[in-house]
Design a binder for this molecule. Sequence first.
Ligand code: HEC
Ligand code: HEC
Ligand code: HEC
Ligand code: HEC
Ligand code: HEC
Length: 451
Amino acid sequence: MKEDKQKRRHFVKVMVLAVVVMVLGWGSAAMSDAPQTFELDRFIDPDTCAGCHSDIFEQWNNSMHNLSHKDPVYTRVALFLRQGLTDQGEIEEAESCVKCHTPVGNITGFPLKLSDDLSKTPDIATRGIQCDYCHSAVKVKQMYNNGLVLEPGYGEDDPGVKYGPFDDAEPDFHEAAYSALHQSPEICGTCHDVKHVSFGTDLETTYTEWKNSPYNSDDPDERITCQGCHMFQRPGIPATGITERPENPGAAADYSRERPHIFTHYFVGGNSGVPARFGDAEKADMAVARLQHAAQLELDLSFLDKKQLKIVVSNIGAGHSLPTGVGDLRQVWLEVTIQDKSGDRVFETGFMDEKKELPDDTLMFRTVFGDGKGNPVINLAKAREIITDNRIPAKGKAKETITLDRVLEKGSQIQVRLLYRGMPQKILNLLPGEAMDPLPVVEMAKVSHTL
Ligand code: HEC
Ligand code: HEC
Ligand code: HEC
Ligand code: HEC
Ligand code: HEC
């Protein structure tokens, strides 16, 4: 009975396809570049997937992929950036966020732009980057601004093919097929490289940073993809470039057979604040663990007699720059204290004031965007150029020099900490809506030395 129905549906699909192909044949070639659109009911609620994939669901639930639409930091930044724009090119960029942050809504017709009434977003689309979105992907048409091409099924009655890493899965609910795309960093990279839609400025370059890094190696022992770190992490196993990344044996579905490795779905980066706001202490802790296995600090004391302290920061654990992603917002900085032998501070930098703001001379690793005339902008919709980018490349080092006003005497103490925060307090304070609690500051690394 069910098979008959499926065959019939399949026949209808083939006929429809044939007609579409004929129509397209007459039409212009440009039609294939048109954005895909689907009916909303072709996407299956993540709760349905949870019915059989309960572990994977729990991992993904409250991940930044699940929260990409609801994330209060994102929504407020987006509304803030949209305010008061008049330049058409800037407006187009400020409206484009939903393509990645609310992808199921965007591809099914609502929201098409940020200024749509987001409170009307259909429930399933509010669940962010979700199971059926990623597992319906069949190819990538461009390696930036979400170029995923999808072939979803027809809802729960006819869920279609879910693409994944196995070539021998035989689930009863949906069909399954092996997909090389899912094993490739390209499935991540197409959203994790963001270009300004009008000016072409590189706003986020996580994939390109990885592609140009030693982790993108032909040698299978050296090569680590996005999945190789981010889909091996689980509580107690940070899975970065400097830690073990042991396989995660288990079953992909409740009651299905054991396999040597099940890719985890926590998708943890540096964001501990937002999962914590949604009550997920486990994911917050995992983000802290990831940050604490990313960098190394060393002191170079050989120039102290010339009143110079050199600090070397190495990116030993991240497969891309440190920080990556929204490199204009993320703050990774050095906090330095030097005390003489009686305990008096003779030097300090990188300390937050009582408003949680950092002094302008803080040694920080970040991207600064400009308006095209060399003036820094904080609104990425206005970003026409990159003025500076001193983030630390994968397996790279940054050397910073601190100039002192004296030669340090024996007994002096030096302490350096590398700290991480999601964005400057100044920007958080500018955001519309109710005031938000300050974002957590995470200590990534620390080194101290007594002369
Ligand atoms: C951001 C995209 C993305 C999202 C969202 C996502 N997955 Fe996956 N999933 C993947 C990728 C990529 C792999 C395979 C990784 C590889 O082979 O390198 C995978 C693997 C799997 C597998 C095979 C078993 C395993 O984990 O290795 C199952 C089953 C699965 N996902 C189910 C789900 C379910 C259920 C959800 C929602 C709760 C989900 N996925 C959400 C990208 C995603
Ligand atoms: C009725 C149970 C059931 C439901 C509901 C279910 N799955 Fe599955 N799924 C399975 C089983 C069983 C497997 C096979 C596991 C294996 O072979 O190790 C599987 C395998 C997969 C795979 C791996 C496919 C491959 O070839 O690599 C993906 C991806 C997947 N499911 C995604 C989903 C998504 C997305 C949803 C929700 C839209 C979903 N599943 C709902 C039972 C289910
Ligand atoms: C060698 C391990 C490794 C690989 C490979 C890797 N990452 Fe990461 N990733 C990390 C570590 C460690 C961090 C935390 C430090 C940081 O924020 O850069 C991180 C952080 C992130 C963040 C959060 C950045 C922030 O601070 O906001 C994102 C997003 C991310 N990774 C995406 C990716 C994508 C996409 C790929 C593949 C193109 C990838 N990663 C490859 C280790 C890795
Ligand atoms: C449909 C677009 C899309 C795809 C595909 C995608 N991501 Fe993401 N990813 C996002 C967005 C958007 C966010 C940020 C959500 C937020 O912070 O509000 C994000 C967040 C993350 C984070 C957390 C960053 C942090 O600051 O903590 C990690 C880690 C990550 N993605 C890794 C991956 C990996 C690995 C893959 C491939 C298996 C992948 N992503 C595929 C869009 C995508
Ligand atoms: C091409 C996909 C894409 C588009 C379009 C996009 N983003 Fe994102 N966004 C991401 C990814 C990937 C991340 C995760 C990077 C990271 O964690 O640093 C992210 C993270 C963020 C974050 C950090 C959230 C947090 O909790 O710290 C903010 C804020 C943000 N995006 C704002 C925007 C705004 C505003 C727009 C529209 C002007 C936009 N994004 C458009 C992919 C996209």
